[in-house]
Design a protein around this ligand. Structure first.
Ligand code: F6P
Length: 531
C-alpha cells in the first residue's frame, strides 16, 4: 500500500518545494470549509503525491469506516463499543442507532439537564452553604480534564460565570494550591471520571470532600459527578440529580462535548456551549460530505501520514499563534498519541509502518525564543502546524495582533525559504574576512525546505473551537483507519497502573527485595530522604 508513496518520496525528496509555489498551487493545495482555511502548499506534496495519498485512504476503506462510525457500529473492536462522540453534537441531526436504539433522546435530555444545572449555578438558584457559587473545581485526569481545561482557556473571552479550576495530578501540590484559593462555602466540586475508579481522581475527590467537610455541614451537596458509572457516584454520596451520565460509546479523550464539558458550560453559559457543539457538528457534516481533496480532516490526516509514515519525520510541532490555545498541544497529545500510538493493527499484526507521531508544541511567539532554533537549523526535520486567527478579542490592541500574525507567516516562510551560504556570506561581509567570514557564514545558513501547514480562521470563538477540535478528532480517525489500528482503546496505559498499585505498599515501607535492583535502590534513596 505504501510502496508507491515511498517511491514517489524517494524521487522527489531533494527538490525545493518553494519553486512549485505559484498562485495556482496556493489555491489548489488548500482546503476551505465555512470560513476556516487549511493551507498545505508549503509542503513537498504535489498532485501525484496527493493522488497516491487519496488512493491510500480509499483502499483503507475510510468511507465505509466513516459511515460505520457515524451510524453507531462497534468500530472500537477490542472493547466491543461504538464510537459516537459525534452524537453529542448532533443537535439537529436525525436518529443515531446503537444496538437498535436511538441514542439521541437520551443525549438531548442529558444536555437539557446540564443546561438547567449550569444556569442554576450561574444565576445563583443553586448555592453553596455560603451563597452563590464563585468557584468550580473540576477534578479529573486525561480526557476528563484536558478538554475542558483547554477550552476554558481557549474561550476565556467568553467566560462570564464562576471561576473554574482544573485539578488532575495526584501530586498533592495540584489540589492543595487550588483549594487554598477557594472558599469551601461557595465552591462547587465536579468529579469528572468516566469510570469513577481512576485513582488520581478518586484520591483528589476524597481530599476535596474532606476539605469541604471541615467547614460545610453537607459537603456532598456541593458535589456533582460526570460519569458512566452512576452506581459508583452514588456510593461516593453524590445525589442523582447532580450526576450527569454518559455511555461507554463516548471515549474519554473524545468526551468534552457531553457531561465532561459541564465546567466549561458553567463558565461560558449554555448558549455559548451550544455554539461550540454546532461548530463540531458543522465539521462532522463537512467531513461526511466533502470530496477527499476538499475534505479538511482527510487532507490534514493525509499530510500527517505523508510527513510521518512516508517522509519519516517522527514528531510534529503544533504551534498556535493564539495564546488562548496554549493547552491545545497538551490536549492533542492525548487525543493523537493515546489514539494512534499503537504497535499492532486491528488483527493484532505488527504495523508495517510507524504508528502516529510525537505531538508537541507551545504557542507562538513564545516558542520562537525557545525551541525554534532546532526547528530551523537542527538536523531533524520537524513538520510544523501553525494556527492563527484573523482577529483577536482586544480590538484596541489589534496592531499587536497584526504583529502576531506577521510572526506566524514569517516562520512558515523562513522554514520554507531558508538562507543559503551565499546569502549568509552577505550577512557577515564587512564584519569578517577570509576563513573567519566563511566560518561565521556557515553558522547563519538555514537549510529551508522545511514543511509547515497553516490553519486560519476569523476568530477563536466557541463555534470555531468546536470546528477545530472536531477537525483534529476526524484527522485521528482517518490516520487510524489508514494505519489499520484501533484508535479508540488505550491498553498501553494499563501496565504502569498495575505496577503502581503493586508498588504502593512497598513505597509505604514494604520489602523491596522482590524488585529489580534499580527500583529497589531508588526506593531506598527516597526513603533515606524522607519518603
Ligand atoms: O488511563 C488513561 C485514561 O483511561 C484515559 O483514557 C482517560 O481519559 C483517563 O484515563 C481518565 O479516565 P476516567 O475518566 O475514567 O477517570
Amino acid at each position: 500500500m505504501w510502496d508507491k508513496l515511498l517511491e514517489h518520496h524517494e524521487a522527489t525528496k531533494g527538490r525545493r518545494f518553494e519553486t512549485m509555489l505559484d498562485a495556482d498551487r496556493a489555491a489548489d493545495f488548500a482546503v476551505q470549509t465555512g470560513d476556516m482555511r487549511f493551507d498545505y502548499a508549503k509542503t513537498n506534496i504535489d498532485a501525484d503525491a496527493r493522488a497516491l495519498l487519496i488512493d491510500l485512504l480509499e483502499k483503507a476503506g475510510v468511507a465505509d469506516k466513516r459511515a460505520a462510525m457515524f451510524s453507531g457500529a462497534a468500530i472500537n473492536e477490542t472493547e466491543g463499543r461504538a464510537v459516537l462522540h459525534t452524537a453529542l453534537r448532533n443537535l439537529d441531526g436525525g436518529p443515531v442507532m446503537v444496538d437498535g436504539e436511538d441514542v439521541m433522546p437520551g443525549v438531548l435530555a442529558t444536555l437539557a439537564s446540564m443546561e438547567a444545572f449550569a444556569s442554576d449555578v450561574r444565576s445563583g438558584a443553586f448555592t453553596g452553604a455560603g451563597g452563590k457559587i464563585t468557584d468550580v473545581v473540576n477534578i479529573g485526569i486525561g480526557g476528563s480534564d484536558l478538554g475542558p481545561a483547554m477550552a476554558y482557556q481557549a474561550l476565556a473571552p467568553y467566560v462570564d460565570g464562576p471561576r473554574c479550576h482544573f485539578v488532575s495530578n495526584v501530586d498533592p501540590a495540584d489540589i492543595a494550591s487550588v483549594l487554598r484559593s477557594c472558599d469551601p462555602a461557595t465552591t462547587l466540586v465536579i468529579v469528572a471520571s468516566k469510570t469513577f475508579t481512576t485513582i488520581e481522581t478518586m484520591t483528589n475527590a476524597r481530599t476535596a470532600k474532606a476539605w469541604m467537610g471541615e467547614s460545610v455541614a453537607d459537603p456532598a451537596a456541593q458535589f456533582a459527578a460526570l460519569s458512566t458509572a452512576e452506581d459508583k457516584t452514588a456510593d461516593f454520596g453524590i445525589a442523582a440529580e447532580r450526576v450527569f451520565g454518559f455511555e461507554d460509546w463516548v471515549g474519554g479523550r473524545y468526551s468534552m462535548w457531553g457531561p465532561i464539558g459541564l465546567s466549561l458550560m458553567i463558565a461560558i453559559g449554555p448558549d455559548a456551549f451550544r455554539a461550540f457543539l454546532r461548530g463540531g457538528q458543522a465539521m462532522d457534516q463537512h467531513f461526511q460530505a466533502a470530496d477527499w481533496a476538499e475534505n479538511m480532516p482527510a487532507m490534514l490526516a493525509l499530510v500527517g501520514l505523508w510527513h510521518n509514515q512516508v517522509c519519516g519525520h517522527a514528531t510534529r510541532a503544533v504551534l498556535p499563534y493564539d495564546n488562548n490555545l496554549a493547552r491545545l498541544p497538551a490536549y492533542l497529545q492525548q487525543l493523537e498519541m493515546e489514539s494512534n500510538g499503537k504497535g499492532v493493527d486491528m488483527d493484532g499484526a505488527t504495523l508495517s509502518v510507524n504508528s502516529g507521531p510525537v505531538v508537541w508544541g507551545e504557542p507562538g511567539t513564545n516558542g520562537q525564543h525557545a525551541f525554534y532554533q532546532l526547528i530551523h537549523q537542527g538536523t531533524r526535520v520537524i513538520p510544523c502546524e501553525f494556527l492563527v486567527a484573523a482577529r483577536g478579542h482586544d480590538d484596541d490592541l489589534h496592531h499587536q495582533h497584526q504583529l502576531l500574525v506577521a510572526n506566524c507567516l514569517a516562520q512558515s516562510e523562513a522554514l520554507m525559504k531558508g538562507r543559503d551560504l551565499e546569502e549568509a556570506r552577505g550577512k557577515v561581509a564587512g564584519k569578517f574576512e577570509g576563513d573567519e567570514l566563511e566560518r561565521q557564514a556557515r553558522h547563519r545558513v538555514f537549510p529551508g525546505n522545511r514543511p509547515s501547514t497553516t490553519l486560519t480562521y476569523p476568530q477563536l470563538d466557541p463555534f470555531t473551537l468546536g470546528q477545530i477540535i472536531a477537525l483534529y478528532e476526524h484527522r485521528v480517525f482517518v490516520e487510524g483507519v489508514v494505519l489499520g489500528i484501533n484508535s479508540y482503546d488505550q491498553w498501553g496505559v494499563e501496565l504502569g497502573k498495575e505496577l503502581a498499585t503493586a508498588l504502593q505498599p512497598i513505597v509505604e515501607g514494604g520489602d523491596t527485595s522482590g524488585k529489580d535492583g534499580s527500583t529497589a535502590a531508588l526506593v531506598d534513596f527516597l526513603r533515606s530522604n524522607g519518603l
